[in-house]
Design a binder for this molecule. Structure first.
Ligand code: AKG
Length: 340
């Protein structure tokens, strides 16, 4: 009998790179499409956050996230403050299709109005809290994801990114909804209550462009490929795989996106719930380098992961295996459709 999970979702590193300063690499593809990789190496931290209790108390989840961001900026054992901090998918609400609307918040940000967006005026308590955390600690914050209620009354699974001053610079609305049914495994249908987003998210930081996707988005190679072709040095996915597809695919999809595109790939999961009949996340938040090596990975428990994103690794991966200049668009189509 397939497990039906329509209703609820909710420290230790297993596998380790020195930092280097500025790098500018130019990669050319045969005939067209040039991607310029530039930026500074940086330290990434991901918080594998545990839901508080059964995950239903939004205020408690938010307070815990705030506490964990404050802990993370202390920089772990090495005491080195991260530049970019990431939270997991749907961290302020249970992960359940019938809960999203109840927990959804009006944010009021759109790509068109982003320059006039004022955090102080948003109705969203989660956005206010995350913005304050980013500003207080002076870090980039990819704020996991939260259910968002749009002006036209649709609900999205949305990942907000804040700069070091606390400005909300991007929102990625999960593009590919998690609708799957695996016999004797898991059935989940986000489209019961969610709408898919309709833009790609690339965040310009002083460290380089970072692409943001959410969980199931990782299964669509085109999203990562086009981000890389537009110059992204990393794809970061707040995520929450499950106990069926996690052991099979979690590592593989990240390695595949990393190797194919010669970029860093990171996925940040919630910690696995230890009780209750709610969604059980795979955990295992991890970071992979452009050669497909695991830089750091957690187990299933709550924890904080730190990884150095050394942009020289992009240069050497692309020099050693120069697929970026070996493509044969005279033989097959350039499906990325990214123009130089
Ligand atoms: O792709 C998968 O196996 C899991 C995806 C997922 O859990 C999600 O999109 O929330």
């Amino acid at each position: 009998m397939p497990l039906r999970l329509g209703s609820i979702r909710q420290t230790a590193a297993l596998c380790s790179t020195p930092r280097r300063p500025l790098l500018v690499t130019t990669a050319t593809c045969r005939s067209r499409a040039m991607a310029t990789v530039s930026g500074q190496s940086f330290r990434l931290a991901m918080i594998q956050l545990a839901a508080v209790g059964d995950g239903s108390d939004k205020a408690a989840n938010l307070a815990h996230a705030k506490e964990m961001v404050a802990e993370t900026v202390k920089g772990g054992k090495e005491g080195r403050k991260p530049d970019v901090v990431v939270l997991p998918e749907i961290f302020n609400s249970p992960y359940a299709t019938n809960m999203f609307r109840k927990y959804a918040e009006r944010i009021g940000w759109t790509p068109e109005t982003k320059d006039s967006f004022d955090v102080a005026k948003t109705e969203s308590e989660s956005i206010k809290l995350l913005s304050e955390a980013a500003k207080e600690h002076g870090v980039w914050l990819i704020g996991g994801s939260i259910p968002e209620l749009s002006e036209d009354d649709k609900v999205y699974n949305s990942s907000p990114t804040f700069d070091k001053q606390g400005n909300l610079v991007a929102i990625h609305r999960k593009v590919h909804l998690f609708d799957i049914s695996i016999p004797n495994g898991i059935t989940f249908k986000e489209s019961e209550t969610l709408t898919g987003g309709d833009w790609q998210t690339l965040v310009d930081t002083e460290h380089g462009k970072i692409g943001v996707g959410i969980c199931y988005d990782v299964r669509f190679p085109e999203l990562a490929m086009t981000a890389a072709r537009k110059g992204a040095v990393a794809m970061v996915y707040p995520a929450a795989f499950n106990l069926t597809t996690g052991p099979l695919h979690w590592d593989l999809v990240q390695r595949a996106r990393a190797i194919d595109n010669q970029i860093f790939v990171a996925m940040c999961s919630p910690a696995r719930a230890t009780s209750g009949d709610g969604y059980k996340a795979w955990g295992h938040s991890s970071v992979w380098d452009p050669m497909g090596r695991c830089l750091e990975q957690l187990d299933e428990k709550e924890g904080i992961l730190f990884a150095d994103i050394d942009l020289d690794a992009l240069k050497s991966a692309r020099a050693g295996i120069p697929v970026t200049v070996q493509r044969r668009f005279d033989v097959y189509a350039d499906v990325s459709n990214v123009k130089p």
